[in-house]
Design a protein around this ligand. Sequence first.
Ligand code: SF4
Length: 376
Amino acid sequence: MMVVTKMAKIDSILQRALSGERLGLEDGIALWESDEIEKMGSVANQLMLRRHPEPITTFIIGRNVNYSNVCDTYCRFCAFYRRPGHEEGYVLSNEEIFQKIQETVDVGGTEILMQGGTNPDLPFSYYTNLLREIKKRFPTIHMHSFSPAEIVKMSEVSGLSIKEVIQELKEAGLDSIPGGGAEILDDRIRMKISRLKGSWRQWMDVMQTAHRLGMSTTATMVIGFGETIEERIKHLLRIRQAQDETKGFLAFIVWTFQPDNTYLKREKLPPEEYLKAVAICRIMLDNIENFQSSWVTMGPEIGKLSLHYGCNDFGSTMIEENVVSAAGTAHKVNNNLAIQLIREAGKIPAQRNTKYEILRVFAEGQMAEKDFIMQN
Ligand code: SF4
C-alpha cells in the first residue's frame, strides 16, 4: 500500500512538471528519494524535446587550459592543486598557452576554457595582459574562462571590486564565465569540503554580476560530497531563482564527485545516481535551456544514456582535463568519437559555438576532417 502511494505521489509530481507547473523543495526531495529513474528520465526527455524538438545533439570543439595549479583554497575534494611554494606548482608560459590554443584552432575548435587555482602570486595584470595577447593572436576564439573563485582571488589581489574585475576582464577579451566551483550551493556542506572557497551567495554574486554586465555564464552542480538531498534541491532552487532574476545561465552541467587521490574519502556514486540527477535537474530547472552531458566524469556510455535523460548537448571534445583526470578519471573524447557516440545514441551530431548557435550539422556518415590526437 505504502509503495503504491509513493508511486502515485511521484506520478503526480511528474504530471505537474509536464503540465508546466513549477516544482518546489518538497517535490524535488520526493523525486530524489524515489527510485523511479526511468519515469523521471522519460519526463526530463519530454521537457528537453519541447525546447529542442529536432533530434540533434550539439557539441563544442574546445580545450581546457589549466594555466596554473597553484592554489591557496585547499578544497578537500581537489586532487589538482599544489599549495603556493610547492615544487610541483606551475604557471604555464604564455607561449605554451598560445601553442595549445593554436592546436585547438587547427582542429576547428572555437572555445578555450582557461582555469587554474586561486594563485595568490599572480597579479591581476597577468590575466588582463594574457587575454589581450590571446585576442590579438586569435581574435575569433571564445574565451570561456575563470571560475568565480579565481575572480574573487583577482579581486582580493587587486583591491578592485568583483564588478570592476569582471568589467576589466571583459574589456581585455573575456567572453563568458564557466560555472565551476558551485559544487553544492549550500554553506553547511561548503564549510566541510571547501572552507576557504566562500559562501554559496558569493558564487552567485559573481555570476549575477557577470550577467548584469551582459556576460553569460554556465551553472554546475557536483553531487557526492556527503550533502543531503535537501541541500541538492536547495542548490537547484537557488540557481532557478537567480536565473529568473538575471537570465544569464546558458547551460547547466551536473556530475558526480570523483574521490580518487583526494583527502575526502567517499564512495563513488553509481551511474544511476548521475542519470537521476540529470533528469531531476532538467525537471526542476524550468528556465535553463541547455543541459550538458558530463562524459568526462561518467564515461562515454553513460554520456550517451544521458541524452535520453534530459541532456541536449554533449559538452566539449576537450583534449585536456587536468582537474578531473588528476582525481583518477580520464575519459578522453575527441571530435570523431563524440560524433560517433551521438549517432549511437540515435541523434544527429552538430557542432555549436559557446552561445549554442549551430555551426555545422554532420550529415549521415560525415566525420570531422581534423581531429585531436588522443593522449591516453
Ligand atoms: S577546486 Fe579549485 S579552488 Fe579548490 S583547491 Fe582545487 S584548484 Fe583550488
